[in-house]
Design a protein around this ligand. Structure first.
Ligand code: HEC
Length: 133
């Protein structure tokens, strides 16, 4: 293959990657919302404890645990609290304080309010995004 041809392919791929990345960063996510004080605290705990390594929001994250985007719809606050308080055989007990548990629950409420995600029913488009109806 001539070098010029390889160079053209490389530049085309690089340009496509750059344009697509720019598009993703510029397009605001749907239902974007600011988190209030307690939910923001919960988000910080989420990040500090690296919950995302096992859980997903909108299908993105680790896959050892379930997607938590709408977990508060499926569980009572007491059930969610029990998971956060004690962990399970697989999920570690993070020894969260009562305030931390409430903050994480507020964060999960805010995530639920941001939209609906059921990764088992995701409908991918040909360009790699998920169709949202
Ligand atoms: C090592 C992996 C792992 C980490 C880290 C982890 N979890 Fe989990 N989590 C799980 C698994 C797996 C389950 C499902 C229950 C089970 O099978 O043990 C679960 C279940 C849950 C549930 C209940 C979900 C439902 O509706 O059934 C919540 C809420 C939850 N985790 C929140 C968190 C939060 C908040 C953090 C961070 C502080 C966290 N998890 C960190 C693995 C993890």
């Amino acid at each position: 293959m001539p070098d010029r041809f390889k160079w053209t392919i490389f530049m085309t791929l690089l340009l496509s990657f750059s344009l697509y990345s720019a598009h993703l960063y510029i397009t605001p996510p749907p239902n974007e919302q600011e988190l209030d004080g307690v939910a923001l605290q919960g988000k910080n705990i989420w990040q500090k404890k690296n919950c995302q390594s096992c859980h997903q929001f909108y299908g993105l994250g680790g896959y050892l645990g379930p997607d938590l985007t709408n977990t508060v719809r499926r569980r009572t606050p007491e059930q969610t609290r029990a998971f956060l308080k004690h962990g399970t055989d697989i999920m570690p007990d993070f020894r969260l304080t009562e305030d931390e548990i409430q903050a994480v629950q507020a964060f999960l409420q805010a995530m639920d309010a941001s939209g609906t995600a059921d990764p088992n029913r995701f409908n991918p488009t040909w360009y790699g995004n998920i169709k949202t109806d």
